[in-house]
Design a protein around this ligand. Structure first.
Ligand code: HEC
Length: 443
């Protein structure tokens, strides 16, 4: 059965959501129709997004006589930019056609040359991750030529075929929706333009479940920048607010014993945990989503209310290997006032032989750099931290990284404190954290 184009367009971004499709763009429409012929469209939750595999990167011949939109630039933009830069998405403007990209050519070039865009923090050459959004040097060189040589449109008849999109099939077994719509308050804090808020999605899970994948269906896509899912032990769940408007929170769910179940940022496909692994949420535990509402700029209008959903893919039985999010972190530190590049370290020793599949580096706003090692191996290195774009990084090695009991892992966090007061470790927005939990399965 053929799906309507608007639904497909919406799938190009993160997940098929209702009401998020923008006005159809003629260029994209034709591209999507072409994809539709080569893909199994039976699963309504399929997501089309660029893959990180090197052979899926657009082959670039830097010696081409003329660089044109249709032949060279459009496929790059479609795969690396439109997941966020479409009407209604988190990007501040659309970049989805010649007419939207050409007038911004200079700033596009600046953003890709500085590697500010697409947002992708891990430094190249240290591990290899799934869904790497970054552009290759050759792609940036091509954009540079296109912009400096006059942004030629070229001939639509010679448009490059898009590379095969990667399809992440996702099955929603459980949908947890915010109890009521919430209109973010962007003026709540003098120091922050954004609203960080936690909502109780389930006060008590009716049964034990094993999460093997998750996704977010943002209510207002243009406003939702982050959505992290946490499980709260039953003993603490009783103390959670029953206010449908949730509670203010920042670095986590606001409880020291909460466990991370998943993190989401815009422009990523649904998360699927490695095969035969999953995260257990026990019967009676609460589920909380931490939302980061990003400043809403649509013409200065009041922010619309958001009512997002968390979608969980579950395993009917306990997966062969249960995952924990554990790793090195630093506790009880304090970054002295007016100090740049202040470093703290943490270590974690692998208790039982097992596998590290991915890592979730975490700091707050004054973090500058975070680097993580497994023994002598570079696990992830983020030289220019940006709190807004933090996410979990899963290794593109199918088998993960096998580790022996006793393997030591390390995290180093560096901070720039330009203020006149010390910044202490803690979950608050004016406090700092340093941690790098791994997605770890003991054998
Ligand atoms: C994962 C989402 C995402 C992707 C992918 C992405 N962007 Fe962005 N982009 C954003 C957001 C959000 C902003 C607003 C940034 C801010 O306000 O700091 C932005 C801002 C920009 C800006 C304005 C920068 C400035 O100087 O303020 C440009 C230009 C841009 N993006 C170009 C691109 C291009 C070109 C690509 C693809 C090669 C791309 N973006 C991919 C989310 C994204």
């Amino acid at each position: 059965m053929k799906r309507p184009i608007t639904v497909l367009l919406c799938c190009v971004v993160n997940a098929c959501a209702t009401g998020a499709a923008s006005a159809p763009d003629a260029e994209l429409d034709s591209a999507v129709v072409r994809d539709a012929t080569t893909m199994d469209q039976s699963n309504a939750s399929d997501v089309i997004i660029a893959s990180d595999a090197p052979d899926d990167r657009i082959a670039v011949d830097s010696g081409v006589a003329e660089v044109t939109w249709y032949e060279h630039i459009r496929p790059i933009v479609r795969y690396h930019c439109t997941s966020c830069h479409r009407v209604g998405e988190v990007g501040p403007f659309a970049l989805d056609s010649y007419d939207t990209v050409q007038p911004r050519a200079r700033s596009v070039l600046g953003a890709v040359e500085s590697r500010q865009m697409p947002p992708w923090m891990p430094m190249a050459g240290c591990s290899s991750f799934q869904h790497n959004r970054s552009l290759s040097d050759a792609q940036i060189a091509l954009i540079r030529r296109w912009v400096t040589e006059g942004t030629a449109r070229g001939d639509p008849a010679r448009a490059a075929m898009d590379p095969m999109p990667m399809v992440v099939p996702f099955r929603t077994d459980m949908r947890l929706t915010m109890a009521a719509p919430y209109a973010p308050n962007f003026n709540a804090s003098a120091t922050m333009a954004d609203d960080y808020r936690c909502f109780v999605l389930s006060r008590s899970m009716p049964r034990t479940v094993w999460v093997t994948g998750y996704d977010i269906e943002p209510g207002v896509r243009a406003m939702v920048h982050h959505a992290n899912v946490h499980a709260i032990p039953a003993a603490s769940a009783a103390g959670l607010t029953s206010d449908p408007r949730g509670y203010s929170c920042f670095g986590g769910a606001g409880l020291s014993n909460s466990r991370m179940v998943g993190v989401w940022v815009p422009g990523t496909p649904p998360a699927k945990y490695p095969e035969n692994t999953g995260i257990q949420i026990n019967a009676g535990e609460a589920v909380v989503v931490q939302m980061h509402y990003y400043r809403f700029t649509a013409g200065g209008a009041a922010p619309p209310p958001d009512q997002s959903s968390v979608l969980l893919e579950l395993s009917p039985v306990a997966p062969a290997r249960l995952a924990q999010l554990v790793g090195p972190g630093a506790d009880a530190f304090s970054v002295p006032p007016r100090t740049m590049g202040y470093a703290v370290n943490g270590t974690w020793t692998v208790p039982t032989r097992g596998t590290l599949w991915g890592v979730l580096p975490h700091m707050h706003k004054i973090g500058r750099r975070i680097s993580v090692r497994i023994g002598d191996t570079c696990a992830v290195d983020i030289p220019q931290w940006d709190f807004h774009w933090q996410q979990a990084y899963f290794y593109s090695y199918n088998g993960g990284i096998p580790v022996a009991a006793g393997t030591r892992t390390f995290v180093t966090c560096e901070y720039d404190n330009t203020s006149s007061v010390a910044v202490r470790q803690g979950e608050g927005s004016d406090e700092e954290m340093c941690g790098a939990p791994f997605y770890y399965t003991p054998e």
